[in-house]
Design a protein. Structure first.
Length: 364
């Protein structure tokens, strides 16, 4: 795997000029959220740069917060009509995922859900600039796509952006709750990469770096969203976590999370947090994970014997507790993602799954 080009620093967005100088586009497709591009301050940095370089801008933001096939179809029509020479994605994970899918589908037309993909055109250069510290989408070779309300993960080496430009100043406007959701998603990714059956020495190093950057930082950041040091650490940690799961993929907490989002409208990171404490208790107490990794995680996370309680207190401090509503356990259990579950270090059977789900929704 070729290491992705990346720039991580406050003010890094100004270095987008290097990407533009390399590829010399006459027109860029700018993929953004409907309002976040302006609210986060990215517009006032990026638009003047493009104007100064006399680059035409074709902006696309006509898609849902959770990218779906209808939005992708509109994006494909837009890219064919505008014929850009480069793509710049500025936004959270959904925005970057949509840009990745449009770029990939333009070069690899056909069934996006198929097992094989044949290119008919060259890949258009893609730069990803995240405005949240959480999803790691700027670093990965997969993207989320919903079809008929069901969440799918599209994977291919050419889905990964050419460069990630991580500028923490774009994350300052993220409210505390969304900061918690995005940040916990990144922390969970890092921990899941570390205990993963597919872990490698490279993914372990990335994951440990991310855990150390994120674990003590997130509660401080939720309490003070304008903490410069915490913002920088969170953005760097999220990128490192993304690179780690790009190697390993995720495990049980992510496998359990998807139906909470699909059916109960939980933001992704909040959905992951619901089952994370119970699953961590299982993974840390059953065969599967090397003892050295158990000890390392206990040390970094400050865990004793009652792992679930400690982590439940942590997620509660972030405001990521279950909502007071009626849940269908059978529905939730039926839509656990088995591909992600297979990466988990400990085996989880049907009885375990029901216990995990019941504990999650009762932990109010």
């Amino acid at each position: 795997m070729t290491e992705q080009a990346h720039i991580i620093a406050p003010g890094a967005a100004a270095r987008l000029e290097g990407f533009l100088a390399e590829f010399k586009p006459r027109r860029v497709m700018l993929v953004t959220g409907k309002a976040s591009f302006e609210k986060c301050g990215a517009a006032e940095t990026i638009l003047p740069l493009l104007e100064r370089l006399h680059i035409e801008v074709a902006r696309f933001c006509d898609f849902a917060p959770n990218p779906d096939t209808k939005g992708l179809a509109r994006g494909m029509e837009y890219i064919r009509n505008t014929n850009p020479d480069a793509i710049i994605a500025v936004g959270g994970g959904s925005v970057i995922d949509m840009a990745k899918l449009i770029r990939f589908s333009y070069a690899y037309p056909g069934d996006i859900f198929g097992d094989t993909h044949t290119p008919t055109a060259s890949l258009i250069p893609l730069a990803a600039l995240p405005t949240t510290a959480g999803t790691g989408s700027e670093a990965t070779h997969f993207a989320v796509l919903y079809h008929n309300g069901i969440k799918h993960s599209i994977e291919h080496e050419h889905i990964r952006p050419d460069i990630a430009i991580v500028d923490c100043t774009f994350t300052y406007g993220t409210p505390p709750y969304l900061t918690a959701c995005a940040g916990f998603d990144a922390l969970a990714q890092a921990i899941e990469a570390y205990w993963n059956r597919n872990a490698t020495p490279e993914s372990d190093a990335l994951a440990l770096n991310a855990i150390n950057l994120l674990y003590t930082t997130l509660p401080r950041l939720v309490e003070n969203q304008y903490d410069d040091e915490c913002r920088a650490k969170a953005s760097e940690g999220a990128y490192m976590a993304g690179r780690a799961i790009d190697i390993t993929k995720t495990t049980a907490p992510h496998a359990f999370s998807y139906p909470f989002t699909s059916h109960y409208s939980y933001p992704h990171g909040h959905a992951v947090a619901l089952t994370f404490p119970s699953i961590a208790q299982i993974n840390m107490s059953r065969p599967g994970m090397p003892e050295s990794k158990r000890n390392e995680l206990k040390l970094i996370l400050g865990l004793g014997e009652d792992i679930a309680s400690t982590l439940s207190e942590y997620t509660a401090r972030l405001g990521l507790t279950p909502r007071d509503m009626t849940y269908d356990i059978d529905l939730l259990a039926s839509e656990i993602n088995l591909k992600r579950l297979a990466n988990n270090p400990a085996d989880i059977d049907a009885a375990d799954a029901r216990h995990i789900l019941q504990t999650a929704i009762n932990n109010r």
